[in-house]
Write a protein that binds this ligand. Structure first.
Ligand code: FE
Ligand code: FE
Ligand code: ZN
Length: 287
């Protein structure tokens, strides 16, 4: 089964997101757990969760991906910023247990000049505090473009964070590969997708890969910019992104569009194009 969806607004709750997803032929979705700049989270309504579970079962939605506010920085040189990141992550992971067995994605952080090693150590220390053995959520570290002092610009940096997670908690940690970010970080998924996946496997291990952010990039490979483009409207291109979506090693993973569209119709169109291409591939052509 091809699992694809897009980023949705969480302002009206879980059931509303399931309805929106179903309306654009998506069978998964992503949302911010709170204001992306890191405000207070809205209380979770158990009735909304129950309505969501029902709708999700009816429309074939099995997985969703919650995204942490992107301004959190557990690698900061300021104790207050690290504390804030730890509090929000701990609270978000607690809230995730209202919908057991789902996934939670975060940007690892930025070392702000302290060096990647210091950043990696600080991020791992925070994760060791916020991950809890009884939790059912998988925490995903996102591959980053390498803008500024972002940690996670290489597969090796993510592997290093994971290696520092307590062995009893490590099975709760995975990776979300963002196609725009890895491209901007210098991984040429357009001309050597197999090679990039081999590098991922060698550094991190394919079993850690749990989700894909499917985005085109406004910039050339290695630009370290992180500006997303609509599928086919950027430097990666439709064919290369389609090849990601149908790659046998990625089959079964959920794909999330974080492309710039003002309306749901833009996502509906991208999803239809990516789904149609899958159908074509599966259709038996009479010869
Ligand atoms: Fe992200
Ligand atoms: Fe992303
Ligand atoms: Zn991005």
């Amino acid at each position: 089964m091809f699992t694809i969806g897009c980023h949705l607004s969480s302002s009206k709750g879980y059931a509303a997101m399931a309805k929106q997803a179903a309306s654009i032929d998506a069978n998964t979705f992503q949302f911010f757990t709170r204001n992306p700049r890191g405000g207070k989270a809205k209380a979770i309504d158990p009735a909304d969760v129950a309505a969501f579970q029902q709708l999700a079962a009816e429309s074939g939605i099995v997985t969703f991906l919650a995204h942490a506010p992107y301004t959190l920085n557990p690698a900061s040189d300021k104790q207050q910023t690290c504390n804030f990141a730890r509090e929000v992550l701990a609270d978000d992971l607690q809230r995730m247990e209202a919908t057991p067995g789902q996934m939670y994605n975060m940007h690892p952080g930025s070392h702000v000049g302290q060096g990647a090693e210091v950043g990696i150590a600080k991020i791992a220390a925070t994760l060791n505090e916020v991950l809890q053995a009884p939790h059912t959520t998988t925490l995903l570290l996102e591959t980053m473009a390498g803008k500024g002092s972002e940690v996670g610009r290489s597969f090796e940096e993510l592997a290093e964070i994971i290696a520092r997670i307590d062995s009893g908690l490590r099975q709760q940690v995975g990776v979300c590969l963002d196609t725009c970010h890895v491209w901007d970080a210098g991984y040429d998924i357009a001309s050597d997708l197999d090679g990039v996946l081999r590098q991922f496997d060698q550094a991190i291990g394919m079993d850690r890969l749990r989700a894909i952010h499917l985005n085109d990039s406004m910039n050339p490979c290695g630009a370290h910019k992180d500006r997303h483009a609509a599928i086919g409207a950027g430097h990666i291109g439709f064919d290369a992104l389609h090849a990601v979506a149908r790659h046998p090693q990625l089959a079964g993973l959920p794909f999330f569009l974080e492309t710039p569209h003002d309306t749901l119709a833009g996502y509906a169109e991208e999803i239809a194009r990516l789904r149609a291409q899958k159908m074509c591939q599966l259709r038996t052509v009479p010869n």
